[in-house]
Design a protein around this ligand. Structure first.
Ligand SMILES: *Cc1c(COP(=O)(O)O)cnc(C)c1O
Length: 412
């Protein structure tokens, strides 16, 4: 995906716009598959919440991926995108028993992450195979905002509660067919991940009818120069050896599952926004784009750093800029960035805009959400239209009749 093509897309579809490179998604999928080619049965379930456009889900389905979902709506989107129910796993957190039953009735694999719902679901539906989400209490990565396996985390059933869990399984006679963990969004240290895997293997020995072990995700991709990325190939080698050894001990070939989101789509995404104003202040030069945290919230929410370049003036002299949005709040995308000289009307390109960008967008300030474009085999395909004013009004109920009585009459 080169900047000439991105520039053309911004002219054709307008800005702001998200662009996704199908080829990059496919090559990331392939890379992960290759890293685990030594495993007899591998299953990659794309985490829909990273980027849930139905056309992206179709692409994932076509690549051979399964789907990891966290809401009944994502389950339904997955089915609409052509996934078979058995290729979908439902891994919610804190949802009602009714929602889990609704997903189960659609035939998808259920993954339960607390004892209360496990006991209720097992009592009512002992014949439905269920996966359980374990919290191994391992802190993967240093950022507690995105580490979900540690002791204070709300996710998963604590390994210290295994005796209670086994009691529930025993009493309800339910069938546990998978065990799962998702330790956090940053696997920086492969040994920490392997350590958590050992806890999962130890837990697995308690269940006789397992079909799969799901190691979740957390593959880190680089966002800026110098970022550490998960060494997938090394992880593949080490975990494959250990997994195959475990299957022998267990006496059955199990499926090794992962649920990558960011790894598959982050680097495939580009966000293009137009510069409205260049403003020189006493301390910096601001470049204000026609966007804000209503379109891309990660820098403000997680402090994440997205590389920003000026694709309208790639040869221009580099200067320091603060790139900000047009929202009436502080919405800084990046401070002190070296960017080729920016003029009003230029198109800035934000990298790593595939994962958790569009899916976290909103209508704050009554702005439209951007369009989405898929770049596939050298052509641009619109996969979401830019919103219009009708979308802003949709579902709003205008109670104007309530207020039409003249004030004087109300007083009387
Ligand atoms: C969000 C999520 C993922 C995907 O995480 P990434 O860091 O994007 O790969 C996987 N599994 C579960 C259960 C999740 O909630």
């Amino acid at each position: 995906m080169n900047s000439q093509n991105l520039l053309k897309i911004s002219r054709q579809f307008g800005a702001p716009v998200y662009v996704y490179d199908a080829e990059k998604i496919a090559s990331q999928y392939q890379r992960l598959t290759n890293a685990f080619k030594g495993v007899g049965s591998l299953r990659l379930n794309y985490a829909a919440k990273a980027l849930s456009n139905i056309s992206i889900l179709r692409l994932m389905n076509q690549l051979g991926s399964g789907l990891d979902t966290v809401s009944i709506q994502e389950v339904k989107l997955g089915l609409m995108a052509g996934f078979k129910p058995e290729s979908i796993i439902f891994t919610p957190n804190g949802v009602s028993l009714e929602e889990i039953e609704e997903a189960s009735a659609l035939g998808v694999q259920i993954n339960i992450d607390n004892l209360s719902v496990l006991e209720q679901f097992g009592s009512k539906h002992p014949d439905v195979p269920v996966c359980i989400r374990i919290n191994p209490h391992v802190m993967a990565g240093g950022n507690s905002k995105i580490s979900v396996g540690h002791i204070d985390s709300k996710f998963g059933i604590s390994i210290h509660q295994i005796p209670h869990l086994l009691r529930i399984v025993d009493l309800t006679k339910m069938n546990i067919n998978g065990i799962h963990m998702h330790t956090g969004s940053d696997i920086l240290d492969i040994d920490v991940f392997l350590y958590a895997s050992e806890i999962l293997f130890e837990t697995a020995k308690n269940f006789k009818n397992l079909e799969f072990i799901d190691f979740g995700s957390g593959f880190k991709v680089p966002y800026k120069k110098g970022d550490i990325e998960t060494n997938i190939e090394e992880l593949g080698k080490k975990l494959t050896t250990r997994f195959n050894q475990f299957c022998e001990e267990y006496g059955k070939e199990l499926t090794l599952a992962f649920e990558p989101g960011k790894f598959l789509v982050s680097e495939a995404g580009y966000f293009l926004a137009k510069v409205n104003v260049v403003k020189q202040t006493t301390s910096t030069v601001f470049a204000s784009v026609d966007s804000g945290f209503n379109h891309l919230i990660r820098p403000m929410l997680y402090g994440s750093s997205h590389e920003i370049s000026n694709i309208s003036n790639p040869k221009g002299r580099e200067r320091y800029y603060s790139v900000v949005g047009y929202i009436c709040e502080t919405d800084t995308f990046g401070s002190n960035r070296r960017i080729n000289e920016i003029s009003e009307g230029d198109i800035l390109c934000f990298k790593n805009a595939g994962a958790y960008c569009f899916t976290m967008s909103s209508n704050y300030n009554s702005r439209f959400r951007p369009a989405e474009v898929l770049w596939y085999q050298g052509k641009a395909h619109l996969i979401r239209e830019r919103e219009t004013f009708d979308d802003i009004l949709r579902n709003q109920v205008d109670v104007k009749n309530l207020f039409e009585t003249p004030k004087a009459e109300v007083i009387k």
